[in-house]
Write a protein that binds this ligand. Sequence first.
Ligand code: AMP
Ligand code: MG
Length: 329
Amino acid sequence: MQTDICEITQSSLEQAKEIILRGGAVAFPTETVYGLGADARSDAAVENIYAVKGRPQDNPLIVHVHRDYDLSELVYDDCSYAKALREAFLPGPLTLVYRSRMRVSSKVSCGLDTLAVRIPSHPGAQAFLRYVDLPIAAPSANVSKHVSPVTAQHVYADLNGKIPLILDGGESSGGIESTVCDVTGDFPVILRQGLITQEMIAGVAGKCGVYVPKAGEQVRSPGMKYKHYSPRCETCIVNSIDEAKERLDGYRRRGLRCCVLCESAIATQFSSVPVLDLGETPEEMAARLYSLLREGERIADAMVAIRPNRTDGVMAGVMNRLNKACAGE
Ligand code: AMP
Ligand code: MG
């Protein structure tokens, strides 16, 4: 299969709609990462997404809709704090998990009675979703467990030959996936950290929990089980410059090409290896993380990441991705 990369125009939107209507998958830009979208109502279209990505079948997908889509067709959307969250943050990088009306393929939620819905703010995503005017199931447009794509070229590198079309909307500005927040209970609970923080949600809803899976309990958000977001080189994560230098020595003794991933404040501490500079602010680090992880796997056999020494704002989301990227199987 030939994979076209097209800017978003009337004719590429027409092409995208045709592909979606015949059950195929289209990659499209969002403000977080690129998505791989298909008709959420069709079992076969949703199965195709899992097949293209090599994604485990127990890891549910998010349904994407345009800003004027009637949510009540898909989910029970009457919870008052959920309404307040939508008014405050949507369209934007926040996915809400509702009780489902079971109107889309059961494969989207892997048999759960909930449905995750997102209204992205990216103009290209809105144009695509409005043009097809269907609920579009979409995970990130990467091979399962690999680093999420933030450019059309990243998608092409992972899925060339496996999908017919990538809509090119430039580089995603946010950089990490949406915050996933359960709104089925008495108060919101974050299932996956992201650009909309716990503080921001609590500021609107009065209270906001963060779900931590307990040993032995069946996980509510299966995505949390896996090694994820990982570059295709050896990785490790350390807490200090000294520790990083030790790990670098070890890798070098094995003959591996190395690189370091760290925040700007300590980037000058390394002179003999390429340094991938995450930047200074949490927002900068979120925006650069995935491009740098892909750059690291391109230039090196082994990457030493140094934990940024901050926990404010979106750093919870950044650290969650960085830890998973550098985690063992
Ligand atoms: P991605 O893999 O980037 O597409 O992100 C999708 C993630 O959203 C999954 O890995 C889950 O963690 C989460 N998710 C989707 N649907 C649900 C749901 N019904 N309940 C809980 N989490 C969900
Ligand atoms: Mg993903």
